[in-house]
Design a protein around this ligand. Structure first.
Ligand SMILES: NC(=O)C1=CN([C@@H]2O[C@H](COP(=O)(O)OP(=O)(O)OC[C@H]3O[C@@H](n4cnc5c(N)ncnc54)[C@H](O)[C@@H]3O)[C@@H](O)[C@H]2O)C=CC1
Ligand SMILES: O=C(CO)COP(=O)(O)O
Length: 343
């Protein structure tokens, strides 16, 4: 049996959980951790105590802070760094990856100012040949549950169908069901924009509001995600799928969501910097709120939750004022005009 090597870049909770999933008798996994101390700790304890405590890693998973060593002979590359580190990471691997390598992107986010989705960052950094090997993984999947083999469904998209199907075969497990979807724009926008709504649900919880408020945010959040997504070229159906509604539901309800936990702290009166420090992990919703706010202003699309979330994060608006602003907007229809008119 030919032994394959999988390189995972990013030793956070998601890189570690997926590294564990990819460790098979025929697959050796090496995780790249920026900090040598973290690589050492993972190897010594067979556990990533900092980012994924309580999950024992098989011996086939090793960590290293030497990027060249991790990339050497890898035929599969999985990238799980925060969106803020994606460009820098791709620059580091430039010229070190062979064109046949299958690349799985797991970063969810949107870049402020440029509005680039993760795959657009790959496209700008990689050769066209290698870009055709990039597949984005999205959908409702908290690392803490995937790492404990809790049944999970995800979705893959790519510009290249054969690459997406190859990644599907690679990742399918009895407890991890993988779908494909050709709508790369929708899959990546769903995964990024739900973070804004999860953060807002957290704020509502921190303010002491209840389930009605959360349901309102999820539903109206999905409406504004879809409005922006369709304008950007996504297929409407994707937003009722795993990368849309699916990820929105899990992130807005799960105790594992860093975006929601960050929002709870804001709702309870913590400053952004204190809340971020307390979470101590990636909170993609902050950058994505900035990007989506700029984008909806630029494209003149109504995204009231995103706008209020932006004001709380970047302009010092209090969470309770943001809720008041949302509730007291001028009256309107639920569905867009033209979808269903009064007869
Ligand atoms: N944790 C989860 O359940 C899921 C996470 N994701 C996405 O995966 C991405 C990574 O998230 P997590 O693993 O959860 O984050 P995390 O906060 O658990 O870990 C991030 C890791 O990236 C490292 N890192 C930060 N800056 C870096 C840089 N410049 N170069 C190299 N490494 C750097 C950190 O040191 C840390 O090891 C995010 O885009 C997130 O939205 C997607 C689905 C599920
Ligand atoms: O994307 C995720 C689950 O699908 C992870 O969400 P958080 O980053 O909010 O933890």
């Amino acid at each position: 049996m030919e032994l394959r090597k999988v390189a995972v870049l990013g030793a956070g909770s998601w890189g570690t959980a997926l590294g564990r999933l990819l460790a098979l008798p025929q697959q050796q996994v090496q995780i790249w951790a920026r900090r040598p101390e973290l690589a050492k700790e993972i190897n010594s304890y067979r556990e990533n105590r900092r980012y994924l405590p309580g999950v024992l890693l098989p011996a086939r998973v090793r960590a290293s802070s030497d990027l060249d060593e991790v990339l050497k002979n890898a035929s599969i590359l999985l990238i799980a760094v925060p969106s803020s580190a994606l460009q820098e990471t791709l620059e580091k691997i430039n010229g070190k990856v062979s064109p046949e390598t299958l690349i799985i992107n797991t970063t969810k986010g949107l870049e402020p100012k440029t509005f680039r989705r993760p795959s657009e960052i790959y496209k700008a950094q990689l050769s066209e040949e290698l870009y055709q090997r990039v597949v984005t993984l999205s959908g409702p999947s908290h690392a803490e549950e995937v790492a404990r083999d809790i049944p999970t469904t995800v979705v893959l998209s790519s510009e290249n169908r054969a690459s997406a199907e190859e990644a599907q075969d690679l990742l399918m497990r009895p407890h991890f069901r993988v779908y494909t979807n050709p709508d790369l724009i929708g899959v990546e926008l769903g995964g990024a924009l739900k973070n804004i709504i999860a953060l807002s649900c957290g704020v509502a919880e921190g303010l002491g509001f209840g389930d009605n408020t959360k349901a309102a945010l999820v539903t109206r959040g999905l409406a504004e995600i879809s409005r922006l997504g369709i304008e950007m070229g996504a297929s409407p159906a994707t937003f009722s799928g795993l990368a849309g509604l699916g990820d929105l539901v899990v992130t807005c309800t799960s105790k594992h969501s860093r975006n929601m936990r960050f929002g709870i702290l804001l709702g309870k009166g913590k400053s952004c910097s204190d809340a971020l420090q307390q979470i101590g992990q990636t909170v993609e919703g902050i950058r994505t709120t900035e990007a989506a706010y700029q984008l909806c202003q630029h494209k003149n699309i109504k995204m009231p939750i995103t706008v209020e979330c932006y004001k709380v994060l970047f302009e010092g608006l209090s969470p309770s004022e943001a809720v008041e602003n949302l509730m007291q907007r001028s009256k309107t229809n639920e569905v867009e005009e033209g979808v269903k008119d009064w007869s």
